[in-house]
Design a protein around this ligand. Structure first.
Ligand code: UDP
Length: 315
């Protein structure tokens, strides 16, 4: 297969590039590098099965030659990033998805959309299953991301129904691992950066809000399985181990042997911060025979190793 991965220089996109290349496919990565980085794909330079195209997919996408699958992963994805780039976020979810679908249609390729647990907003149903329609405030600060992804899902289903295109939608829950940006503002890089520097971890609010953190390798495996399947409806992918942010901070400090403790920094919290988040993954289990495998403590150690090497290279 020849696979186009938009957002291919991003955290998740670059891991997908690695996986598809390892599986013997050709990969074209496309990225405008506003939140991605060529550092994430530098190790692929010289690989004859790999190409990088610097391009903003919100503009018309041109890829010469055959394409068998289009994986649309381009988007700012951390709350800090999409608040910094609200219009680009809306555009890449709307115009970018439209262009990527158009390319897939022209090439007769399978289309795969990276959607998000944010389509559920601040959920009133717990855990969240795919049938839950969500609780999103369109004009809240997170609306730019949430509504862009909701629109993207609607567009994908319209192309599937109208044009009979072969499409997939994954709803990704909190995912962490090597190649997250240390300064992307999310809880995992913030806490790990603070712990590596021996600083107190900044818990926003009282830390009672919950998240479920899955390791990147588990997500990548699910993406490959979903792409290969024939399942068109959205599929949640995430871990069902739900923890409060306060407990998460304690785990990070324990894994890092950081004695600096925790401080409560409510001022940095973004309005509309969901209070709970945990996927119902029964569909992923039934359709893909998939379950996450990596324990949080192990995944955190590997992520620590990565951030330590990035920080020591920066000194
Ligand atoms: N958070 C925190 N300290 C930080 C960064 C984030 O307590 O330094 C909290 C944030 O308020 C949210 C949770 O951690 O409740 C996860 O935030 P993140 O930005 O990672 O992504 P989200 O899951 O909200 O999209």
């Amino acid at each position: 297969m020849r696979v186009l991965i938009t957002g291919g220089a991003g955290f998740i996109g670059s891991h997908l590039c690695d996986r598809f290349l390892r599986d013997g496919h050709s990969v074209v990565a496309m990225d405008n590098l506003i939140t991605g980085s060529t550092d994430n794909i530098a190790h692929l330079a010289g690989n004859r099965s790999f190409e990088f195209i610097y391009h903003d997919v919100s503009n018309f996408i041109h890829v010469p030659g055959p394409v068998d699958a289009v994986l649309h992963f381009a988007s700012p994805a951390s709350p800090m990033d999409y608040l910094k780039y609200p219009i680009q976020t809306l555009k890449v979810g709307a115009l970018g998805t439209h262009n990527a679908l158009g390319l897939a249609r022209a090439k007769d390729a399978r289309f795969f959309l990276a959607s998000t647990s944010e389509v559920y907003g601040d959920p009133l149903v717990h855990p969240q299953s795919e049938s839950y329609a969500g609780n999103v405030d369109p004009v809240g600060p997170r609306g730019v991301y949430d509504e862009a992804k909701r629109y993207a899902e609607a567009l994908v289903m319209a192309y599937h129904r109208q044009h009979k295109m072969d499409t997939r939608i994954v709803r990704i829950f909190n995912t962490y691992g090597p190649r997250m940006r240390l300064d992307d503002g999310r809880v995992v890089p913030n806490f790990i950066g603070q712990a590596v520097r021996g600083e107190a971890l900044t818990v926003y609010g009282d830390g009672s809000q919950t998240r479920s953190f899955q390791y990147i390798d588990d997500l990548v495996e699910a993406v490959v399985r979903l792409l290969r399947s024939d399942y068109v409806e959205p599929v949640n992918i995430g871990t069902t181990r739900e923890i409060s942010i306060l407990d998460f901070a304690k785990i990070v400090n324990r894994v890092a042997a950081n004695r600096a403790g925790i401080i409560f920094a409510d001022g940095s919290r973004i309005d509309g911060d969901p209070q709970t988040r945990r996927p119902d993954t029964s569909r992923a289990h039934e359709v893909l025979n998939w379950r996450p495998k990596v324990e949080l403590e192990h995944g955190l150690e590997w992520t620590f190793d990565y951030f330590r090497s990035v920080l020591s290279a920066a000194v």
